[in-house]
Design a binder for this molecule. Structure first.
Ligand code: ATP
Length: 726
């Protein structure tokens, strides 16, 4: 197949075969590595080689392979969906991206396009690492070829019969197909982004923040310079008593130019604030998702909530405080220059330097007091949330007279600290800027006592004193904001640090195994455990000791034992939610570090006990299809509905007005204990794992529903381990 792509950077312009600028599907990992290199998103010098993907067409597995390849290349691939009618618009903005073409080439194998640049001319990277340029419609035609071929022939006949020229026919064909198929969803595109755990500065660079910062600095400096020039002009005219029309025009022009620069600075400030805010939020949200559930529990929900609230402080106050400080820095420099040039000379400049030193000391003290105050404030939020969560226990356990004792102590300490902080704030916000005016005027007294200075240099000194006062006011406001943001940032450190951890562990071997190995044959070893050891914490007693276990494909096992005997702990080890403290644990012959956590957890799925599991606020479909690619396609939805029906949830779905799209969870449709436990089972079944572990999942079901659900689970699961009490 030949298409009108141009090779190189315009070196030659002959039509190039499709095979030259598209990659075989099995080399999708290599295409991704090359794309991340050429787009500049991968910064490490060494070359990454991703082995060929085992042959397959399953979208989920291709997704998995891509995620693995992306994690090796410091990027993240996000699936993008569009519609037939919007393909060209999407291609013009989606790069860097990978596009999977329908399996229609001569070898019956799918192909992939590595889209490097979007715009009016697309640039794609071929397997020879050369860049090819083409119009968006060329790629559109290739991507949509399957649809066009389906509907095209009948249309072509009609257009030929209409007697249109060839060019008009092509245009009319595209327009009619767009109108007919405009809403048809198009999948198979993945947008490439820098991984959220990449260095913060790199992400800021990508968002163009340093450039915006420079523009902000530059426009403010220019605005200040033009304002000072305006003052100079008008001051000179006033002192020499020489007002001329030309001078007034020049002054108006200077003021107008300064206004223009101020507007640019204000606009840039807005863009910067939004950019910094969204960057921080994205980063910290990613960090919070990286935390282990155990860690969150250890910190408590109150501490966690307090931290989340701090995100808002950092993103809002850091930006506004930062702008204030930058602006005041510029004004301070200008004020120092004026003070030096004016009648006050060295003495006044030194006095201002000393005053700045005092300001620095007070602001440092402010930072320290603020830190203590924020810790108290967060401890109170933590305490309040914990008390709200456990208020019934408190009502039952404590005498009414003592219900609020601890709160009173916390509150009085907090108020004491607040009063100290308020006193310091008065000093900083009121005394510091106004006090300087007094000091500045006193600094001029020696000048006034000597021979009278020229009026112009006296005016410059006065201008310098006023400007320094303005700069101090600005500085105080800016630094106060920065102090708050610094303290909040310290609170957010655990989230920020967590955002630097490597993403969900995916190894080449693990993904290759998941993508290529056929399901285990009946009787083949799935799990092999030898001498497993486990205890909670460093000091606790061993919950599992010298544990041996073999699970083979096709097994239906029942695990019974005394309460607290370690059954759920074993399930957590087998499903990769916890790591054993010793012994050997193999999944189909591979250990944890070879397979990587992501593959392990896909192969063994566990439904934990009721209190450890969650129905999320979202649709029923979302809750049962969480283990699959989202958004789901029609087949996923049909399968999910059928699984729910088979687990006896048909009645519930019939009662729900929106069926599978009904909102469930905290604020949605209320579900019974038994309904929730079957939603958990459906979620696990739909993940299609090799081994399913059900931990007391049937406890809330009546005998008939239990039998129906159990026989369906038997039917669908290759290997099953059920934990139950006798
Ligand atoms: N997160 C944890 N931190 C510390 N100890 C724990 C933790 N989870 C469980 N344990 C302890 O480990 C032991 C085994 O608990 P596990 O939940 O595995 O038992 P089980 O056999 O599943 O019990 P049951 O049949 O009552 O559900 C118990 O003594 C329990 O107190």
């Amino acid at each position: 197949m030949k298409l009108n792509a141009e090779a190189g950077h315009g070196l030659f312009r002959s039509p190039v075969a499709l095979e030259a600028w598209t990659w075989p599907l099995r080399e999708i990992g290599e295409a991704l590595a090359e794309l991340s290199r050429q787009s500049g998103l991968m910064t490490t010098g060494f070359s990454v080689h991703i082995p060929p993907m085992p042959p397959q067409t399953d979208e989920n597995r291709i997704d998995q392979w891509l995620s693995m390849a992306a994690s090796q290349c410091e990027v993240e691939m996000e699936p993008v969906e569009t519609t037939y009618g919007e393909v060209v618009t999407m291609l013009q903005s989606v790069a860097p991206a990978l596009l999977r073409l329908p399996d229609s080439d001569d070898h019956g194998e799918g192909r992939v396009v590595a889209l490097l640049r979007s715009g009016r001319r697309l640039r794609v990277i071929g397997p020879d690492r050369l860049v090819y340029r083409m119009a968006p419609v060329v790629l559109r035609d290739v991507w949509c070829a399957a649809f066009d071929q389906l509907h095209g022939p009948a249309l072509d006949e009609l257009l030929q019969a209409a007697g249109l020229s060839e060019r008009r026919q092509t245009q009319a064909r595209r327009a009619i197909l767009s109108a007919q198929l405009g809403g048809v969803p198009m999948r198979g595109c993945w947008m490439m982004r820098r991984a959220p755990n990449a260095a913060l500065f790199k992400q800021a660079q990508e968002a163009g923040l340093p450039r915006l910062g420079l523009l902000f600095l530059w426009s403010n400096a220019a605005a200040l310079l033009f304002t000072l020039a305006g003052w100079r002009l008008i001051g000179h005219a006033a002192l020499t008593d020489r007002f001329v029309a030309g001078g007034l025009w020049a002054w108006a022009l200077l003021v107008l130019t300064s206004l223009i620069f101020q507007s640019v600075a204000a606009m840039t400030q807005g863009w910067l604030a939004t950019g910094v805010g969204s960057l921080l939020k994205r980063r910290l949200l990613f960090g919070s998702l990286q935390l282990q559930p155990e860690e969150m529990r250890h910190q408590g929900i109150g501490q966690f909530l307090g931290r989340i609230l701090e995100i808002e402080t950092v993103s809002q106050v850091a930006a506004t405080g930062g702008f204030g400080v930058v602006l005041s820095g510029l004004q301070l420099m200008a004020a120092l220059a004026l003070l030096w040039l004016g009648a006050g000379g060295q003495l006044l400049t030194l006095a201002f330097g000393a005053w700045m030193g005092l300001a620095g000391l007070l602001l440092w003290r402010d930072l320290k007091l603020h830190e203590i105050w924020t810790q108290m404030y967060r401890a109170m939020t933590h305490d309040l949330v914990e008390r709200m969560v456990g208020h019934r226990t408190r009502l039952a356990q404590e005498a009414p007279a003592h219900w609020h004792d601890d709160e009173d102590v916390l509150l009085s300490r907090y108020l004491h600290q607040t009063a100290r902080l308020d006193r310091l704030q008065v000093l900083i916000e009121v005394v510091l800027p106004r006090g300087w005016l007094v000091v500045g005027l006193i600094g001029l007294i020696p000048v006034m006592l000597g021979p009278p200075p020229p009026l112009e240099s006296l005016a410059i000194s006065l201008g310098g004193i006023m400007l320094a006062n303005q700069a101090l006011t600005q500085l105080v406001a800016g630094v106060s904001g920065l102090v708050m943001a610094t303290v909040a940032w310290k609170q957010l450190q655990p989230l920020h640090q967590a955002a630097k951890w490597p993403m969900a562990s995916m190894t080449v071997e693990g993904v290759r195994m998941a993508a290529s190995e056929p399901p285990a044959e009946v009787g083949e070893a799935v799990i092999r455990a030898r001498g497993l050891l486990f205890r909670y914490g460093e000091q606790g007693r061993y919950v599992l000791q010298d544990c041996h276990l073999d699970i083979r494909s096709g097994d239906r096992l029942l695990l019974e034992g005394v309460s607290g005997g370690g059954k759920s702990t074993l399930a957590a080890l087998l499903s990769g939610l916890r790591q054993s403290g010793g012994g050997i644990l193999l999944l189909r012959g591979y250990d944890w570090s070879t397979l990587g956590g992501a593959t392990w957890r896909r192969q063994v799925v566990s439904v934990p006990q009721f209190h450890e599991n969650h129905v999320f606020t979202g649709t029923l479909a979302f809750n049962v299809l969480m283990g699959r690619r989202w958004p789901p396609d029609v087949e996923d939805m049909m399968e999910a509905e059928s699984v729910c029906q088979q687990l006896g949830l048909g009645d519930l779905m019939a009662r729900m007005p929106a069926g599978m799209q009904q909102m469930v969870g905290e604020s949605g449709w209320r579900l019974s204990h038994g309904e929730r436990s079957r939603i958990f089972i459906a979620r696990a079944l739909l993940q299609g794992a090799e081994l399913l572990i059900l931990d007391e999942s049937f406890a809330a079901l009546d005998p008939a529903t239990l039998e129906q659900s159990l026989s369906y689970v038997f039917e669908r699961t290759p290997t099953l381990l059920v934990i139950a009490h006798p």
